[in-house]
Design a protein. Structure first.
Length: 583
């Protein structure tokens, strides 16, 4: 069976623009269904996966993922007629009654959320598709994406995000080839929504910049606003929580924009920060207290259901599962023997779960631990040559002949203090660059963090960079057992105290780092580069950040790689085995 899973709610933002004209662009982000993607699964095997933003270049787009569908089919060498089913990772039909309580909600359901609306739009856009269109409950799709790539037949599965149809968190018992729902928390108590509202209040973007709050939090004092967030997120029985601010009275239009909760923050917490305003210590303190309460709430939920079920393995998905600080707290608690975070845990990954779930109903999914998720498009040497020919007046291209030669040349430049872009193979699926669309630098140069932030990434100075290290050396530099595998960059670990000064470029202010381990088996080309760096420094490690600049999606094509290279402070670009320098 061949299934394409898709995510996104294409009409959500256009509906909001039409229904409430004149809002700011930041206000229009307060909607369901961003991060649309497509994933092609055949006979239970993942053949291709890509977020629509990588194709359309519109970050966090919720549009119909037509470009992503096309890219998946091209990568797999298939036609649309080869696909039996398209599975959408939302199914609002079961919640129609809930969306009938107000005229605004009824209008939203009729014009945006009803499955038949999505079906009609998809049929119109893909008139030659004759297969079935199905819909999968959003949290079930997230849960399937985690369970069916975990390699575990039995485990506890926890999904936490902003909102899936009507819920903010769901807990499942996975076993005997099925996912049994055992607990749900309403979207009216969604900690993901609260985190996003505070993100907006601190001057960043809702449904986009929550990871910036996580990066800002270690600079603050969590105790200053501890009592506020203890009251804002009230931990209750059965591992649940209550968030009164999300249930404050207001008109439908006000509640659609979370204005009652936002007014409460303005009155009881601190004034709203303008997006271009200065960051003051109190903003860091709010971020710290919010993050601390999130850590406590996630631990409260997972610990309770781990004890209730006796399950010692935990699989996580949903946008909140990308919070590496909360994941570190879970790992340190010891309540679970193993924790797995599906690497595309946000809504792009729900497309993966929708496809896997539908295939699992036919018994086709082998449930193997997903390797490093290089499921995106790859590009040929001829495509690279054509792209280079278009910028030959501005670049010098040197073919190096082999992976080994490219690794040696890149390692030499990195060790000289150069900032290098590394582009090869198929693109990563998920938000993290894991060594195929990466910007790399020497983590042993303290100035490199500020240099890459200011001249290359063009982003906020407080945001940390991640180290990529060989799995053979991870325990030498970080406080983890030997051969610990952390291939997806989904958890923070502590840098060994004796190395924090020498690894200042990748050590956050709290002594942690969002480590990516690299093995020869799952990520061979990148591992070869780390080995080449290690032969020069004794440290098989690089600073690794995604190949993009602020406001831009991670590059997909060779043309995009060259445009980004020429538009910022990257000093060398490796397109497969070709070294590109500026003129």
């Amino acid at each position: 069976m061949r299934v394409i899973g898709v995510s996104g709610i294409p009409r959500a933002v256009p509906f909001k623009r039409r229904r409430w004209p004149g809002l700011s662009e930041r206000e229009y982000r307060i909607a369901q269904g961003h991060d649309s993607a497509a994933v092609l699964v055949a006979d239970g095997e993942i053949l291709a996966a890509v977020a629509e933003e990588r194709i359309s270049r519109e970050k966090h787009t919720g549009a119909l993922p037509l470009g992503a569908i096309g890219a998946c089919l091209t990568q797999a060498g298939m036609e649309l007629s080869d696909v039996q089913e398209i599975a959408h990772s939302f199914d609002h039909a079961s919640y129609r009654a809930l969306y009938s309580l107000t005229e605004t909600a009824r209008e939203l359901y009729r014009e945006v959320l009803a499955p038949e609306i999505f079906d009609a739009d998809l049929r119109l856009a893909l008139p030659r598709f004759g297969g079935a269109i199905t819909h999968v409950d959003h949290h079930l799709a997230h849960a399937a994406s985690a369970h069916l790539t975990s390699g575990w037949e039995e485990c506890l599965v926890v999904v936490i995000d902003g909102m899936g149809e009507a819920h903010g968190a769901s807990v499942y018992r996975a076993g005997a080839g099925a996912l049994e729902p055992i607990h749900r928390i309403s979207a009216a108590d969604s900690i993901g929504i609260l985190y996003s509202i505070v993100t907006l209040h601190l001057g960043f973007d809702f449904n986009a910049d929550e990871y910036k709050i996580m990066g800002l939090a270690p600079y603050g004092d969590p105790h200053r606003f501890q009592s506020f967030f203890a009251d804002a997120v009230r931990l209750t029985e059965h591992g649940a929580w209550s968030i009164p601010a999300l249930k404050l009275a207001g008109s439908p239009a006000e509640r659609e924009r979370h204005l009652p909760a936002r007014r409460m923050l303005q009155e009881r917490l601190l004034p709203e920060r303008a997006p271009d305003g200065p960051l003051a210590p109190e903003h860091s303190d709010v971020a710290a207290a919010l993050q601390a309460r999130l850590d406590q709430a996630v631990l409260h939920l997972c610990r309770h259901h781990g004890r209730q079920t006796g399950l010692r393995r935990l699989a996580l998905a949903g946008g909140v599962a990308l919070n590496t600080t909360a994941n570190a707290r879970l790992a340190a608690d010891g309540g679970f023997d193993e924790i797995y975070v599906q690497p595309a845990a946000a809504d792009d990954g729900s497309a993966l779960g929708a496809a896997l779930h539908r295939c699992s109903l036919h018994g086709e999914v082998p449930n193997r631990r997903s390797p490093t998720p290089f499921y995106g498009p790859g590009h040929t040497e001829s495509e690279i040559e054509r792209a280079l020919s278009r910028v030959q007046a501005h670049t010098r291209a040197t073919p190096l002949g082999s992976l080994g030669d490219a690794c040696e040349a890149a390692a030499e430049l990195i060790c000289q203090g150069r900032v290098v872009a590394w582009y090869r193979g198929r693109m990563e699926f998920g938000p993290r660059a894991l060594g195929h669309r990466s910007i790399l630098a020497d983590p042993g140069r303290p100035e490199m963090r500020d240099r890459v932030n200011e001249l290359v990434k063009l982003r906020e100075a407080f945001r940390p960079f991640a180290p990529a290290v060989s799995v053979e050396q991870v325990d030498r530099w970080f406080e983890v057992p030997p051969a610990t595998e952390l291939p997806y960059m989904t958890v923070n670990v502590s840098v060994r105290p004796e190395h924090r000064q020498t690894l200042a470029a990748v050590t956050h202010v709290d002594g942690s780092a969002r480590v990516q381990t690299v093995s020869a088996a799952d990520n061979g080309d990148f591992h070869a580069l780390l080995r080449a760096v290690g032969r020069r420094t004794g440290r098989e490690m690089v600073l690794n950040t995604s190949f993009n600049v602020k406001g831009q999606a991670i590059v997909d094509t060779p043309e995009q790689a060259l445009q980004t290279f020429l538009g910022c402070g990257i000093e060398a670009l490796f397109l497969e085995n070709t070294l590109v320098l500026g003129t």
